[in-house]
Design a binder for this molecule. Structure first.
Ligand code: HEM
Length: 520
């Protein structure tokens, strides 16, 4: 009522040419009423529920166990409401999202409010002021960078142009496994090392071209990426206790580590950019990511530092995710031999008039829906980023009658969504069939439209590297199935591969995957 009266008075004042002071008074009145009513509205809405037992300084931190994805699922079952739960982790309010309807609210209905990333000092140093894509705050810079990725670097067409390189990398791994399989007595291969080396080399080749092995560059990038993940994936004190950290020596420690790491990335990027600037013209199909970024630099208004930041993303987002999925996939297949056999049968149907092929190529994969379903089932049970990347709200937002204030960190528990018994039949079982339609084709709806299956996230921040990731994983898994039979070394009756996990920014297996290959 008061608001309407103030509006009315303002209209009258303007219509009747009332004095400037009177108009100003009316505007002031309007502002005061608006502010008080906004505050009242805010006060009326409660925050999402939280568990009891919040302590001074650390908040709810003591309630979160080392396997964060599991403890959050348990806390949500007890204290959450429709998959929404607010924890205070140190000084930082963190909204945990654990149901498809809550994920829908955050990633679809109010996506524009939650599409930013929380500020992070380590990311700022390693990613040139967070001018990459993955950690860039929501805004025009991110929008342009994202367009560059989806239209040029990671488009389906560009990913296709890398297929010969991928094929070459698969062949090298197959040769190593074949050599190990030929030894007497048969010995185990370290599949973890082979698969992480493979995904590393596929990304290195895409970033810097076929000279990616020169002077051990591929190994250097593997080492640098590993340190990046450790620095950003661990518990970063300054993200949760900014005030304490500011005044503390800890901040300096993280900063020194991050700066040292940034210098190493910077030196190698300088060298590579110099080489690319001075190399001759290339045709569209043989351009690597550095060529592409240099050619689009002006169109997209990028600095050399922005280019380096985007390249860091390619290594960090592209290598570990595909490697972990391949490794978990193989481990699940070893523990579910009937699925391994079914998959081998599908892949081994591919012959040249009954004669075995020397390799499965990407063109052959279209006839392998079970292979694709196996990878999806692996991603359901073992999403490499169990909480996606952190989202961050840029305005107050109302969900389910709760108020989520601006500057809230938001973590979506994709791991829990993929195992929720209300939405999945026998959720703990490894059953690729659930991703097949009745006609046997793979269910494409599951790629992200369905908010119980979110290994790539959803909405504005959905992973732009999906095509690249699937292309990397499918051709490798097909060849592992085509050429070899597999055994677990020294396996006792009824035992299988150990699936224990360790939690960080990504979810890894604790043990290396050692398997004994037999040539088929
Ligand atoms: C199995 C493979 C992969 C999985 C499971 C995966 C998963 C994810 C997830 C969960 C996110 C965060 C989504 C969110 O914040 O809501 C993400 C973001 C991202 N991914 Fe992937 N990813 C994969 C492969 C790749 C590859 C191969 C690349 C590039 C070569 C890539 C590049 C990126 C980038 C740049 C972002 C940031 C997007 C943004 O913030 O706008 N990813 N990915």
């Amino acid at each position: 009522m008061a608001l309407e009266a103030a509006h009315h008075y303002l209209q009258l004042a303007v219509a009747h040419g009332t004095s400037t002071q009177a108009v100003l008074l009316a505007v002031l009145l309007l502002l005061i009423i608006r502010l008080t009513s906004a505050r009242k509205h805010k006060q009326q809405l409660p925050p999402p529920p939280s568990p009891p037992g919040k302590l001074p300084i650390i908040g709810h931190l003591h309630l979160i166990g080392p396997e964060t994805h599991i403890s959050i699922r348990e806390l949500d079952a007890k204290y959450g409401s429709n998959g929404l739960m607010l924890l205070r982790v140190g000084a930082t309010p963190t909204l945990f999202v654990s149901s498809p309807s809550a994920a829908e609210a955050v990633l679809r209905t109010h996506d524009h409010v939650f599409a930013s990333r929380p500020p992070s000092m380590a990311a700022d140093i390693i990613r040139y002021g967070s001018t990459d894509i993955a950690f860039a705050p929501y805004g025009e810079y991110w929008r342009q960078g994202r367009k560059l990725l989806t239209s040029h670097m990671l488009s389906a067409k560009k990913v296709q142009t890398f297929r010969h390189g991928r094929q070459e990398e698969v062949r090298l791994v197959m040769d190593k496994i074949r050599a190990a399989a030929a030894t007497v007595p048969r010995t185990a291969v370290d599949l973890s090392e082979l698969l992480s080396g493979y995904t590393n080399d596929v990304v290195c080749r895409a970033v810097l071209g076929p000279a990616h092995r020169k002077e051990g560059r591929n190994r250097l990038f593997s080492e640098l990426t590993e340190i990046n993940v450790a620095l950003l994936g661990g518990f970063n004190f300054e993200d949760y206790f900014p005030r304490i950290a500011m005044a503390d020596v800890l901040l300096r420690l993280v900063s020194v580590k991050a700066k040292r790491l940034n210098k190493r990335w910077n030196d190698v990027f300088d060298e590579l950019i110099h080489e690319h600037v001075h190399s001759g013209e290339k045709d569209e199909n043989s351009e690597d990511f550095i060529d592409l970024l240099l050619s689009l630099k002006e169109e997209y208004g990028l600095t050399t530092d922005n280019i380096k930041a985007i390249l860091v993303d390619m290594f960090e987002a592209g290598i570990e995710t595909s490697y972990l999925t391949l490794e978990y996939g193989m481990a699940e297949l070893m523990n579910n031999r009937h699925i391994l056999t079914k998959l081998q049968k599908e892949v081994r149907m591919c012959t040249n008039g009954g004669k075995k092929l020397d390799m499965i190529r990407e063109e052959d994969l279209s006839s392998m829906p079970y292979l694709k379903a196996t990878i999806k089932e692996t991603l359901r049970l073992h999403p490499p980023a169990p909480f996606l990347l952190p989202h961050f709200s840029t305005a107050d937002c109302k969900i389910d009658g709760y108020l989520i204030p601006a500057k809230t960190r938001v973590l979506v528990n994709a791991w829990a969504l993929g195992r929720d018994p209300s939405f999945w039949e026998k959720p703990e079982d490894f059953m690729p069939e659930r991703f097949l339609q009745e006609d046997g084709a793979v269910d494409t709806q599951m790629k992200g439209k369905d908010l119980r299956f979110l290994p790539f996230g959803f909405g504005r921040r959905i992973c732009p590297g999906m095509n690249f990731g699937f292309a990397t994983m499918e051709v490798m898994l097909a060849n592992l199935m085509y050429h070899f039979d597999w055994d677990v070394p020294n396996m006792k009756e009824g035992a299988g591969v150990d699936m224990a996990e360790s939690f960080g920014l990504t979810l890894r297996r604790k043990q290396k995957l050692l398997l004994v290959p037999r040539i088929f």
